[in-house]
Ligand binder design. Structure first.
Ligand SMILES: Cc1cc2nc3c(=O)[nH]c(=O)nc-3n(C[C@H](O)[C@H](O)[C@H](O)COP(=O)(O)OP(=O)(O)OC[C@H]3O[C@@H](n4cnc5c(N)ncnc54)[C@H](O)[C@@H]3O)c2cc1C
Length: 542
């Protein structure tokens, strides 16, 4: 190999020294591309003894176990090293053993500069960049004034808003959905949800990849949880489009600013039903708006004009715009999440609980057929996640491109306020700890839609629907509180203890029990009209 020789004393140099037998001097090629620690590891494994453990490599090189473990996992995904599961010796877990998957490699192989040969053959090979999605939202002269009275106004056209609108299909209500972007234009999550929910919502066509195992990495272990049900990643645009197809609502792009003063408005001409059961005369419930005069519309100000309806839903996400934007980070109970979407493939749904990336939170890699969603979520809103997201992408040999991030509420909030229904993130319906907010947005969206159907059919006053929906959401409070406790606990558990605890949870019966309970917090059977929750094994056996 052509190269110049430089002296260095980094752990990488020690690793290379162990491999190359050089006298403390590292070979750096003329092209100036420095070997990464992964490349050096490939070299060690390609020429050294097979069947080594992370501890063997860490011990002989001076690298941290966590560093070696991460590098090996990355190489495994790239098909460059092989793992032989350690298994168990009675109660004791034996370490995994590693060997090279390659024929003897040369340093030149591992240092091939980008652009040489197909991406799959290159070390650190990156996929070509994909064009950014085009903004479709109307601008300038196309942004005509918008005004009018509707029966139902749904603000927000993502998971929650579309779930409400879908539930109203066929009810006869004149429903308007508004969003600042076109439907499905701006992805708002990593888009992974239980498959049964996607089937139940009639959007299985948007599925990109399905997983029956969740892989959890910590610095000290890797645990494969075989799930009793599957998770799927999906295409956001396709899912939103498929939901909207099931609605009979109108849609307009408009940015919602907040509530207008109702005195400026004419009452809606929607014929509201006669009082039913405990009507407006019943004792007031905070947020239920029971004092509002029958038929009084609620007016919402947008950048295209004021829109009014007697029934208004805020599905605008964490900001809870129609409650006055008073919910601001970092004071508000919000987590923050950021991810990149490089092109590429993978076959494992992985998360990392590793303080190297985020002191309180977790990181993830969710493959979705032709792209991978790699991100970091922090339960502490003050912790910045961009640098660790880029680092994780780099550790996984992925490009940090096509960013997507947002705040994520981790506390349930009142689902009704001043006559408005709040659904999804605007009501804090995203589950603490896991930050799963898609199926809960569906679940509470359906619940809200069902109450609204009663109003449209003349069987309930809006005030009753508000109260019933608010109560329904509040009955889940203990589950959210319990998950928030676990969210606060996990970062405090010492990493070795956490690893031991996770290994203890690997037992099949425990996984079935715990993940079954977790799914039932927002059970896909609730959606109706689709397959109810059934453990995967039973589905397979059928
Ligand atoms: C990085 C990241 C990854 C995530 N990954 C997952 C995951 O894999 N699985 C999962 O279950 N959950 C995930 N979540 C959480 C999930 O994204 C949310 O809980 C979910 O999107 C909530 O849905 P929603 O409809 O309530 O709100 P959102 O999806 O946030 O939708 C709000 C809608 O309102 C619109 N809007 C906002 N403000 C205005 C305004 N002023 N005027 C007009 N329109 C407006 C937005 O354009 C958007 O369409 C993730 C979150 C983040 C940040």
């Amino acid at each position: 190999m052509q190269g110049q020789t430089v002296s260095t004393a980094t752990p990488l140099a020690r690793l290379l020294r162990a491999h190359l037998g050089a006298d403390g001097r590292e070979e750096v090629p003329m092209n100036g591309i420095k070997p990464s620690r992964e490349q050096a590891l490939i070299q060690v494994l390609a020429s050294g003894p097979d069947d080594v453990t992370v501890a063997d490599i860490a011990g002989s090189t001076g690298l941290g176990r966590s560093t070696v473990g991460k590098a090996l996992a990355k190489l495994e995904r790239a098909g460059k090293v092989r793992r032989r599961a350690g298994g168990r010796d009675g109660a004791r877990r034996l370490p995994d053993r590693w060997s090279s998957a390659a024929e003897r490699l040369t340093m030149a192989d591992t240092l091939a500069p980008p652009g040489d040969g197909p991406a799959s053959r290159r070390v650190g090979g990156r996929y070509p960049r994909r064009a950014m999605p085009q903004r479709q939202t109307k601008r300038g002269a196309e942004r005509t004034p918008l005004a009018g009275n509707y029966d139902v106004l749904i603000c927000g056209a993502s998971f929650a808003g579309l779930a409400v609108a879908r539930e109203l299909a066929g009810s006869g209500a004149r429903t308007l959905i508004v969003d600042r972007y076109e439907i499905g234009e701006r992805q708002t999550s990593a888009c992974a949800a239980p498959t049964a929910w996607l089937e139940a919502m009639g959007v299985a066509g948007s599925i990109r990849q399905t997983f029956d195992t969740l892989v959890v990495h910590t610095p000290h272990t890797r645990v494969d949880f075989r799930l009793p049900w599957t998770f799927s990643t999906f295409d956001y645009g396709e899912l939103c489009g498929a939901l909207f197809e099931q609605c009979d609502a109108e849609f307009e792009t408009a940015k919602v600013h907040g509530r207008a003063t109702s005195s400026a408005l004419e009452p809606s001409d929607m014929p509201l039903p006669a009082p039913h059961g405990t009507g407006p005369e019943s004792p007031g419930v905070p947020g239920s708006d029971e004092g509002r005069r029958k038929g009084d519309p609620i007016a919402v100000t947008t950048d295209r004009g004021d829109i009014s309806a007697p029934v208004v839903v805020d599905a605008l996400g964490w900001k809870r715009v129609l409650a006055g934007n008073e919910y601001q980070p970092p004071e508000a109970p919000l987590s923050r999440g950021l991810e990149v979407h490089p092109q590429g493939g993978g076959n494992e749904l992985e998360i990392w609980i590793d303080r190297d990336y985020v002191p309180a939170g977790y990181s993830w890699s969710f493959p979705a057929r032709d792209e991978v969603r790699v991100g970091v979520g922090s339960f502490d809103p003050r912790f910045h996640v961009k640098e660790p997201t880029v680092r994780l992408a780099d550790d996984l040999d992925r490009d940090a491109v096509r960013y997507q991030g947002n705040w994520i509420p981790h506390e349930l909030r009142p689902a009704i306020a001043d006559g408005v229904f709040f659904v999804g993130d605007s009501a804090g319906h995203c589950l603490p700890l896991t930050a799963e907010g898609i199926r809960t947005a569906f679940y509470f969206g359906i619940a809200c839609g069902r109450e609204l159907r009663q109003v449209i059919a003349g069987r309930a006053e809006p005030a009753i629907a508000l109260r019933r929906y608010g109560d329904f959401s509040a009955t889940h409070e203990w589950q959210f509180r319990w998950m928030l406790r676990v969210q606060r606990l996990v970062p405090r558990v010492p990493p070795r203890l956490l690893a031991a605890a996770l290994r203890g949870m690997e037992r099949r019966s425990f996984v079935d029990w715990s993940f079954g309970h977790y799914l039932r917090i927002a059970d896909p059977a609730f959606a109706g009209g689709g397959p109810a929750y059934e453990p995967v094994r039973e589905l397979r056996a059928a």
